[in-house]
Write a protein that binds this ligand. Structure first.
Ligand SMILES: Nc1ncnc2c1ncn2[C@@H]1O[C@H](COP(=O)(O)OP(=O)(O)O)[C@@H](O)[C@H]1O
Ligand SMILES: [Mg+2]
Length: 257
C-alpha cells in the first residue's frame, strides 16, 4: 500500500479504514470495481468525480448501509459485522453526514444530538446533554438547542447533523456532498466546521467538489469515475496536474464555472 504523506509533513497515522478489492453490483451495473483505498488515522481524503461514478455508494458501503459482493472493508483491522448489535456499535464508529440533513423533525436540536449516545452508546442523559451542548457550541448553534429543525436554516441544520454524528464519538466521519443542498451563502459556515474538524485530527472521507475545502483541509484527493478509482494525488497536484483524461475532462467542466 502506498502512503501519501500529508502536505504539512505530518507522518500518516496507522491504517484505519481499509478497502481491499471491494466489488459491488446493482443488477448489471458494476458500481464499485476493485476498490482499494486505505485511509490513515487523522487523514482527510476528498473523493471527487462525476455524478453516477459511485461516490455515494462507496460511502454507504463503508458504513454498511449497502452490502457488497467481494473484497473486504475493515475499520481498525475489524471486518464490519453483517447485522445485529455489533453492527450498530461499529456503525457508530463511522459517522455519516448526508446531503440532506436527516434530523428528526419532531425532536429538538438538543434531543437530536443526545438520542444516539443514550440509545446506542448507553450514555446517561445528563452526561449526554452536557456533551451535546459542548458540541453544539463547537459548531456554533448552542443557542438554538431548544428549537426544532425546521426553525433553523439549512446551514445550521447541517452543523447540527455534524454535531449529532460527533456525539457518537466516531473514529471516522464520512461526508457525502454535505453542502450541495445548501444555499450558497451557507456553504462556508459548514465547510468552516469541517475544516476545524479536519485540523483537530479527525479522520475524514469527504465527497465534495468544493476545491477550496480540498486544498485547505484535504491530505489526498481520490478521483472516481464509472465505479473505479482512476487517480489519486495531493489536492495541489490533482487540481493543477491531473493525469488521466477523465479527470482533466471533469476538472475542465467544474472549473469553468
Ligand atoms: N439502490 C440503487 N439501485 C440501483 N442503482 C443504484 C442504486 N443506488 C445507486 N445506483 C446507481 O449506481 C450508480 C452510482 O450511484 P452513486 O453512488 O449515487 O453515484 P454518485 O454518488 O457518484 O453520484 C448510478 O448509476 C446510480 O444510478
Ligand atoms: Mg452521490
Amino acid at each position: 500500500m502506498t502512503q501519501t504523506p500529508a502536505p504539512d509533513g505530518r507522518a500518516p497515522g496507522k491504517p484505519l479504514v481499509v478497502l481491499d478489492k471491494v466489488n459491488k453490483h446493482f443488477g448489471d451495473l458494476h458500481v464499485l470495481q476493485d476498490i482499494d483505498l486505505t485511509v490513515h488515522e487523522g487523514e482527510v481524503v476528498v473523493v471527487i468525480g462525476p455524478s453516477g461514478s459511485g461516490k455515494s455508494t462507496l460511502c454507504r458501503t463503508i458504513n454498511r448501509l449497502e452490502g457488497f459482493e467481494s473484497g473486504s472493508i475493515t475499520i481498525d483491522g475489524q471486518e464490519l459485522p453483517q447485522e445485529g448489535k455489533a453492527l450498530a456499535t461499529l456503525r457508530a464508529d463511522v459517522g455519516m453526514v448526508f446531503q440532506s440533513f436527516n434530523l428528526f423533525s419532531h425532536k429538538t436540536i438538543l434531543e437530536n444530538v443526545t438520542l444516539g449516545p443514550v440509545k446506542v452508546r448507553g450514555a446517561k442523559a445528563p452526561a449526554a446533554r452536557k456533551r451535546a451542548m459542548e458540541l453544539l457550541e463547537r459548531v456554533g448553534v448552542a443557542h438554538q438547542a431548544e428549537k426544532y429543525p425546521a426553525q433553523l436554516s439549512g446551514g445550521q441544520q447541517q452543523r447540527v447533523a455534524i454535531a449529532r454524528s460527533l456525539a457518537m464519538e466516531p473514529r471516522v466521519m464520512l461526508f457525502d456532498e454535505p453542502t450541495s443542498a445548501l444555499d450558497p451563502e451557507m456553504i462556508n459556515e459548514v465547510l468552516d466546521v469541517m475544516t476545524q474538524l479536519a485540523h483537530s485530527g479527525m479522520t475524514m472521507i469527504v465527497v465534495t467538489h468544493e476545491m477550496g475545502f480540498a486544498r485547505k483541509a484535504g491530505d489526498r484527493v481520490v478521483f472516481m469515475a464509472d465505479g473505479a478509482i482512476v487517480e489519486e494525488n495531493t489536492p495541489e497536484e490533482f487540481f493543477t496536474h491531473a493525469q488521466s483524461a477523465r479527470a482533466k475532462d471533469f476538472l475542465g467542466k467544474i472549473l469553468t464555472h
